[in-house]
Design a binder for this molecule. Structure first.
Ligand code: UGA
Length: 437
């Protein structure tokens, strides 16, 4: 099929490459010339495992091109809207400027039978509004909502082999003409067993925000348990192992630590609360305020624990932070809890050095006042305390005996509860986890 993908960020760039991999002829469109130049040269503008190899592979077939010219959408049958919906400045709601601009920019190029597929995460009601715009301009085109569930760090496999497809169509019916088009588009993953659900437009929009809210709630639940474990002298990691064995609960997303961050979970739960308020259903989501509060409390708790670990004062203490990205296998530092903690420590008088395998250039643009060091040995030299805040594999595998040789005082705070306390303590380290005795 001939398709266009509008917006070439995390979602769009991966989606465009994966659609080409599935055999479609794809043009990726973005207003950012730098991004388009990078992608055209088969370079990923951000770190995502497997993406660059995939870009190279599909560009060789000639099925994937990139441009800044929206006119390239003309003559194509399916158009994906993959632009960002960040949090509005100073408000909780989602900023729909880019979604609106992408849809309006596409209107002149729509032909009868075309399908516009929204993938961005939007407040419920957006699809119906955009659908009216499409209909007014091209009554024989359709707008559908097909939310994306990919995780950064696993984006390629999540797109090629998703858990499920959700097709939101105007009448919520299997007979809607766009259903056949989407089935043809996703024929390969469907034939590999990926289930698909056809819903109405608002349900499809809500599936995405409900899923992310559930994940955020699960993380904050276990972090609330961590607070309790700390007060009671219990171990939250064993608690999570035990409750996770109940398959109604499950162990995934019960990793207690410094909390969730990134470009999705934090802003999505806030936008969801804001939208519920507009709909007069705010009471239904007041619990998400608590989810958000528990999450933000983790960051101040780590600052306090670090102060304790350093003997009661942070002034002049040399702190090394391992990890700047919001999670491993990503260079994304949007709302990264690790960086937020590093910045708070610095403000309170500590001398903070941050290291990360991939995220340092993004981090230094966001927090230029922090000190950055790519080399792990140099970063930990003479440290008064080491904080593991993003669980990259190489930090999980650190040898406590080797690391002890470089630091000034062997103290470690394991912000993701991924190290073996006994191993570190027996190597002479003062070890603190979160929600562990
Ligand atoms: C999230 C969702 O998981 C995806 O399904 C969704 O498609 C995506 O948002 C989106 O809306 O586009 P992502 O932001 O890539 O994906 O990251 P997650 O893997 O969900 O992790 C989010 C944060 O939670 C990270 O900071 C991670 O460190 C933290 N986390 C995760 C925990 O603190 N504990 C856990 O047990 C799991």
């Amino acid at each position: 099929m001939r398709i266009s993908v509008i917006g070439c960020g995390y979602l769009g760039a991966v989606h465009a490459a994966c659609m080409a991999k599935l055999g479609h002829d794809v043009v990726g469109i973005d207003v950012d010339e730098r991004k388009i130049a990078e992608l055209s040269a088969a370079r990923a503008p951000f770190y995502e495992p497997g993406l660059e190899a995939l870009l190279e592979e599909v560009q060789e077939t000639g099925r994937l091109t990139f441009t800044t010219d929206m006119a390239a959408a003309g003559g194509r049958d399916v158009h994906f809207i993959c632009v960002g919906t960040p949090q509005k400045k100073g408000e909780n709601g989602a900023d729909l400027t880019f979604v609106d601009a992408a849809t309006i920019g596409l209107l002149p190029y729509l032909a009868p039978g075309d399908v516009v597929v929204g993938k961005s995460t939007v407040p419920v009601g957006t699809a119906a509004r955009l659908s009216s715009l499409v209909e007014a301009r091209q009554p024989e085109a359709h707008l559908v909502w097909n939310p994306e569930f990919l995780r950064e760090g696993h984006a390629v496999s999540d797109t090629l082999l998703p858990d499920r497809f959700v097709y939101g169509v105007a009448d919520g019916s299997e007979e809607h003409p766009a259903v056949l088009v989407l089935d043809e588009l996703y024929a390969t993953p469907l034939s590999n067993g990926t289930p698909r659900l056809v819903t109405d437009l608002p349900t499809a929009e809500l599936v995405k925000t409900a899923a992310n809210s559930f994940l955020a709630t699960k993380i904050s639940f276990i972090n609330a348990m961590a607070e309790l474990c700390e007060a009671a002298g219990a171990d939250v990691t064993r608690l999570a192992d035990a409750i996770g064995m109940d398959d109604r609960i499950g162990r995934k997303f019960l990793q207690a630590g410094i909390g969730f961050g990134g470009g999705c979970l934090p802003k999505d739960i806030r936008a969801f609360m804001a939208r519920a308020g507009e709909l007069g259903a705010d009471q239904a989501l007041t619990f998400l305020r608590e989810v958000d509060a528990i999450n933000m409390r983790r960051r101040s708790r780590v600052v306090e624990l670090t102060r304790e670990l350093c003997g009661g004062g942070l002034l002049g203490k040399r702190i090394t932070v391992l990890g700047a990205a919001f999670k491993p296998e990503s260079d994304d530092v949007r709302d990264s809890p690790a960086l937020s903690i590093a910045a708070q420590l610095q403000l309170q008088g500590a001398v903070v050095t941050v290291t990360d395998p991939k995220a340092l250039s993004n981090a230094s643009r966001r927090f230029p006042e922090l000190q950055y060091e790519q080399d792990l040995d140099a970063a930990t030299q003479n440290a008064d305390a080491v904080l593991l805040l993003t669980e990259w594999q190489e930090y999980r595998e650190l040898d406590p005996h080797v690391l002890k040789e470089t630091v000034a005082i062997p103290r470690i705070l394991d912000g993701r509860n991924v190290l073996d306390p006994a191993k570190w303590r027996s190597a002479g380290w003062q070890y603190r986890g979160l929600g562990r005795p």
